[in-house]
Design a protein around this ligand. Structure first.
Ligand code: CTP
Length: 399
């Protein structure tokens, strides 16, 4: 599966470093070559000898190693691999890459490399949840770093929660996915997802019940087929998928700007539940009750239609897919919507409360295209996403 591939494996300083020894064995078993890099802290947990014995190669440790610099140098070392894997990725290594620091061999390689990076974080749960680590994580994801784990569970330090390094088998699977030559390899796909929040005043906003689950699943499915995904998301309740470029927005106007900045793309999937209206007389300060018992008179302005704008943009993606959230006459309304907005396909669904689709884990959709309306059976949002991603891959191959 990984025959002919070379992995540059950076082993950071954490108790999980012992699992990286097993990962090396799995990688070798799958046919990959492993160039190991051990940080100073990593060498406190596993010995250079065990790492190089398992990898069957010299372990690189120092930035200024005269022999290394004479042989190939740290820059070349960063280029030899098909994928750079950081396991365990400590809070420190994540912080270094997020802020672009290059002060030892591992951080310099991460900054100098032109190959994709996969991180397997491992740290104490409080360190993982610390806003600083979460900020760094958001930056790394936005830069396109892929992530595997961390898992939730009992930790070596005795605490419980997210922060445990993914198991070596899961890391191997993530490496195989990252290196797979999927049908969307080399394609850029833009996905919008989640609700938008339209402020009333600095503390209140108008929103909708979209969780972002369907858009997130679509972005992950497209990524799994090899696409480079830009994921523009409103304030969703599910976390964004790993390994995609994440752009976070709040309002419809910000979403439009982010979408336009992300073009050109081969395809666009607009799964966001964009608010149709924003408050035109938004308060600069919190709106106070005036004692009269009268409700404030909110005035509304229509938001830009992002799907319609992209459908007629000069840099229009070859395939533009919209969604239609309807509560009645689903096919008729969605067919009219497709024509009105100028997109190629509409994925229509019935979001009446009794269907449990909005905020739920399942979806029942009708795909409306040139060829007419095609009903898909009710299935998990993940399966809808996979089926749609395959259809997108087919359409891009045929066009
Ligand atoms: N959409 C958009 N920008 C908007 C409103 C909607 O890009 N301002 C996109 C959604 O992401 C979705 C599609 O348009 O792909 C349809 O969204 P939907 O809410 O079903 O339609 P509306 O435009 O709100 O139409 P209506 O009010 O008639 O249902």
């Amino acid at each position: 599966m990984l025959a002919g591939k070379r992995i540059l494996l950076v082993i950071g300083g954490g108790i999980a470093a012992y699992k990286s020894l097993l990962l090396i064995r799995l990688l070798k078993g799958a046919g990959a070559a492993v160039t190991p890099v051990l940080t100073r802290a990593g060498a406190e947990f596993v010995t250079p000898l065990s790492v190089s014995a398992l990898a069957g190669e010299k372990v690189h440790q120092a930035l200024f190693d005269l022999t290394d610099e004479a042989e190939m140098g740290h820059i070349q070392l960063s280029r030899v691999a098909d994928l750079v894997v950081v396991a365990p990725a400590t809070a420190d290594l994540m912080a270094k890459l997020a802020t672009g620091r290059a002060e030892d061999l591992a951080s310099t390689l991460l900054l100098a490399t032109d190959t994709p990076v996969l991180m397997a974080p491992a740290m104490n749960v409080r360190m993982w949840q610390h806003p600083a680590t979460q900020r760094n994580l958001a930056m790394l994801l936005a830069d396109g770093v892929r992530l595997v784990g961390p898992d939730q569970g009992e930790m070596a330090c005795g605490e419980f929660g997210p922060g445990r390094m993914a198991e070596p088998e899961a890391i191997l699977a993530a490496i195989e996915a990252a290196l797979s030559d999927g049908p969307l390899k080399g394609r850029h796909v833009l996905v919008t997802s989640g609700p938008t929040h339209e402020p009333i005043d600095p503390v209140r906003y108008i929103a909708n019940r979209s969780s972002g689950a369907q858009g997130t699943a679509i972005a992950a499915a497209l990524r799994d087929l090899g696409a480079e995904v830009t994921f523009v998301s409103g304030p969703a309740s599910v976390p964004p998928p790993a390994g995609v470029r994440v752009v976070r927005v709040e309002t419809a106007q910000q979403m439009l700007a982010a979408v336009q900045a992300a073009l050109p793309a081969d395809a666009a999937v607009m799964a966001a539940a964009v608010a149709d209206w924003r408050v035109a007389n938004q308060g600069a300060q919190k709106m106070k009750k005036d004692g009269s018992g009268r409700a404030p008179a909110l005035e509304f302005a229509e938001n830009p239609d992002i799907l319609a704008t992209v459908s007629k943009a000069a840099a229009r993606p070859r395939l533009v897919v919209g969604f239609a959230a309807e509560t009645e006459h689903v096919v008729d309304h969605a067919t009219a919507k497709r024509a009105r907005k100028g997109c190629d396909w509409i994925v229509a669904n019935d979001v009446s409360p009794q269907t449990g689709i909005m905020g739920g884990s399942e979806n029942a959709v009708v795909l409306i295209s040139d060829a007419g309306a095609e009903s898909w059976p009710r299935m998990g949002k993940d399966q809808v996403a996979k089926k749609l991603a395959l259809r997108i891959a087919e359409a891009l191959q045929n066009s």
